[in-house]
Structure formats: C-alpha cells, structure tokens
Write a protein that binds this ligand. Structure first.
Ligand SMILES: [Zn+2]
Length: 326
C-alpha cells in the first residue's frame, strides 16, 4: 500500500550524526545511509524539521570509543561531522538558529536541522552553555544514562529520586535565558521534578513514552505527563520496542497505544514525535523515516485533522517559539 505525505513532521530526536555518520567515519552520510535517516527518506517521510542529537555520554561507552573517550572529544568529533554534512548539503538542509529560520527554510524548500545535545556532561559551568548556544545547540537532554555534572539519570534505580545538582539548576535557568529547550528524556524522576519546579517556559521529553502503558523507567508517569502539559511542554513518541512494550519489532499499534494514553491523561497538546531513529536497534513495522506516512495513516483513524497537525508539528512549533522567542 502506498501512503502519501500529508503532514509536515518535526521529529525531536535522532542519533544519525553521532551514531551513524561520525561512527562510520563518513562511510554513511546524510545524503545516503544504511540507517533509518538520510535525505531521500527524510523527504519521503514528510520532514519539516529534524532534531539531530550529538550523543556525548558522561562516561565512556564501548560503541562511542572510536570518537573519543571523553564527552568533550566525542562532542567535537560529532560536531565536526554535523558541520560537514550541513555544508555539503546546504542546497537541501539548513540549520535553525532562530525560530524564524524554520519558516525561512521551508519557503526555500529546505529541510530544517536543529542541533541538540544528548547528555549535558560537557557543561562544567554555566558559561559553557553560552558556548554551546553559539555553536547552534538549541536543546539539551540534561543527562543520558549516567550521573553527570547536571543531575541523575533514570537508568539507575538508586538515582531515581535524586534530582539536579546545583549546576544543573543553574543550567536550566541559563538555558531558559538563552532560548534553549530543556529536555528531560533520560533524566531521573527527581530531576524531572526539579526541572518542572524551575520551568518558566515549556520543556520537553524529546523521546519518551508513557510508563503506565509500558513500565520502563525511560517513560513518563501520568503525573509527569500532566506536569509537562501544565507547563506547555510535550513528549516525543519514541519508537524503541522496549519503551513501547512490543516484543520483537515495533508495531504501529504499539505506538498508538502510547499516543492515545498520553492524549487521555495529558491532552493532545502534550504529544510530539521523537523517533530515536538511528539510536534504536529494533526492527520497525514501518521500517524507517520514510515509513512516517504509514504510521500517520493509522493515527488518522483516531485523531482529528487538527490533532494530527498538533502531533506532527504544531505542538513542537509552539514549544520552540515559546522557548526561542519568549
Ligand atoms: Zn536517548
């Protein structure tokens, strides 16, 4: 069955740059790759803006060692590839530094690329955030699965009630001043609580699902989903089978279960897309980014056209505008 592209998509998280392009040493490229995302498939999926995360973990992880053994070294290596990809594909892709760039790029027929950071370990003092902003970073997941300078992760049971460090609190304040989106995916429940208390602007979980539907610590409880919605934020639906609760490949039905639950407990305004493409190892019923239209065709049976607009791009645009221009 053939599906037509009917919704412009803003996807809040992928690992294409660090985990596919950089790790392959450039054998895989944004123009064409064997992963989930490349330019032809972004187009086929209906992309408006893709968030490209630089994954720079606080502690060395085996698979990232080819890029370096410190978060700083990994960041620089992956950032170099990000700049190279944007330069080489400048006719097709352009960065988003201010909110208005999204519309400017769209009018020019270009895909918007939003640079994000997964694991804020490189932040050792608040001024480091200014340097990251200068480099184009517009969203930061405060932690990955290790404790870092900013806070505690949701990967270690003992850390779950521990929240932000003093620097983590300062970082949230500085990010809001600069116009960066605070991302709580991977953060401990205590950290979520602290971000919610400090939030003067919407914040996001860029790639997390509902814990009530799939009891994984990477997902958000109903009260967390409501707290996110209360502050105008949203969570990006993650397509990893272990966070969906699917055995084997990720199914469209499985993703829908989370979307319907999140709408029920927090409202449709709390729903975005955050595939985690190129960061997840499972097979997917709709394969890769070009499968978005098939996924959305199934969503259309449960969501109104207005709701579809909000989920695919409207909520994300509202949040980025509030954070970048507010
Ligand atoms: Zn992640």
């Amino acid at each position: 069955m053939k599906y037509t592209v009917s919704y412009p998509i803003i996807d809040l998280h992928c690992d294409t740059i660090a985990c596919v392009v950089a790790l392959s040493g450039g054998k895989e490229r944004l123009a064409k790759s064997g992963g989930h995302i490349d330019l032809p498939r972004l187009r086929a999926g209906g992309v408006l803006m893709q968030a490209f995360a630089i994954f720079a973990p606080a502690q060395p992880v085996q698979e990232m060692l080819p890029l370096g053994d410190t978060p700083e070294a990994i960041f620089e290596a992956a950032y170099g590839w990000y700049r190279r990809e944007l330069a080489e594909n400048a006719a097709e892709v352009a960065p988003v530094r201010v909110f208005g760039d999204i519309e400017k790029n769209r009018r020019a027929g270009k895909i918007s690329a939003l640079l994000t950071l997964e694991d804020g370990a490189v932040v050792k003092r608040p001024a480091d955030l200014d340097a990251l902003y200068e480099k184009g970073v517009r969203m930061i997941a405060l932690t990955w699965n290790f404790a870092n300078s900013l806070g505690y992760p949701n990967a270690v049971e003992a850390d779950m009630s521990k929240g932000l460090t003093a620097l983590g609190r300062q970082a949230v304040e500085r990010m809001q001043e600069l116009g960066m989106v605070v991302d709580v995916s991977h953060l401990s429940d205590g950290g979520f609580r602290d971000v919610a208390a400090l939030a003067r602007k919407p914040f996001v979980a860029s790639h997390s699902n509902a814990r009530e539907v799939c009891g994984h610590a990477r997902n958000l409880t109903d009260p967390m989903l409501r707290a996110l919605a209360d502050r105008g934020g949203a969570t990006g639906l993650n397509f990893y089978n272990l966070f969906i609760g699917d055995e084997g490949e990720t199914t469209i039905e499985g993703i829908l279960r989370h979307a319907l639950h999140i709408r029920k407990v927090a409202g449709v305004e709390a729903l975005c897309l955050g595939s985690d493409f190129d960061g997840i190892s499972c097979a997917l019923e709709f394969k890769d980014y070009a499968g978005y239209p098939a996924l959305l065709a199934a969503f259309e049976k449960h969501f109104t056209p207005r709701e579809m607009d909000l989920i695919t791009h409207g909520n994300a645009l509202r949040i980025f505008r509030a954070c970048m221009e507010g």
